[in-house]
Design a protein around this ligand. Structure first.
Ligand code: ADP
Length: 240
């Protein structure tokens, strides 16, 4: 619990600083990238300079990507909630991720939710980006021929809805499993990971009153489960 408090404080601090900072960084990054790319277009460029400008290009793109992720996070639209149809949301997430799945030769499927699945009170763009982060991670971890599935159902015992994303990918070693929610922790190559996906996802889930749990086995795959309360929690009167 303490750990998760420190984590959400960190994310709140990131949120307030980031909007201004990202704007300030966007323009200079664009200028650096533009000049590097202009140099790379020159046919007479010698090899040493080509290597240098390629490095500048790669790392500037990496910074730009980080800035974009942080900007998206800081623009989170607040508490606006609507009743969403979970099956439709899963289909939208599938549409958004299908290109990445096809490039990686991974099957991306939806386990058809039960017909009587209730709606979920949620912020649509936030919830979609939370799921998209999980599906993106699952696809990244899954070799060609593997499968990523997502679905939703109501937990029999409790008044909760479970959403899950499961993959037949690499799974996580214990040290990765332990650090996966840390902001900026990533095992992905330069330019591919920001290390913010899971911390942002957890922050979105918790702001919806939900919980997140990850079950992983090295070499066998990973399942991420999100649980959301179905009935709005009644605020309890606190007597003075
Ligand atoms: P990023 O995707 O940018 O690396 P995340 O916070 O989303 O950042 O994930 C952090 C790390 O957790 C990843 O770099 C990866 O090592 C690990 N991870 C997350 N999801 C999975 C998964 N489904 N299978 C294996 N490893 C995962």
């Amino acid at each position: 619990l303490r750990e998760s408090l420190v984590q959400s404080e960190k994310m709140a601090a990131v949120g307030t600083l980031v909007a201004g900072l990202s704007h300030e960084l966007n323009n200079p990054l664009g200028v650096i990238l533009g000049f590097a790319q202009a140099q790379l277009m020159r046919p007479t460029l010698d090899n040493a300079s080509r290597t240098a400008f390629t490095l500048i290009e790669t790392h500037t793109q990496r910074c730009a990507r980080l800035v974009r992720t942080l900007l998206d996070f800081s623009r989170r639209s607040g508490p606006a909630r609507e009743r969403i149809e979970v099956g439709r949301m899963l289909e939208r997430v599938q549409e958004l991720a299908i290109g990445q799945a096809q490039r990686g030769e991974v099957q991306l499927k939806i386990i058809e939710p039960p017909a009587d699945l209730p709606g979920l009170e949620a912020n649509v763009p936030e919830m979609e980006s939370a799921l998209l982060n999980l599906v993106g991670n699952a696809l990244d971890a899954t070799p060609p021929g593997g499968t990523v599935s997502m679905g939703a159902h109501v937990i029999p015992a409790g008044n909760e809805m479970e959403l899950f994303v499961t993959d037949t990918g690499s799974g996580m070693a214990p040290d990765v499993r332990q650090r996966m929610f840390d902001p900026f922790f990533t095992t992905k190559p330069v330019g591919q990971g920001t290390g913010l996906g899971l911390s942002i996802t957890r922050s979105i889930v918790e702001s919806h009153g939900g919980r997140i749990d990850v079950e992983t086995a090295l070499g066998a795959g990973t399942t991420v489960r999100l649980w959301f309360p179905l009935a709005p929690v009644q605020p309890t009167e606190v007597s003075a």
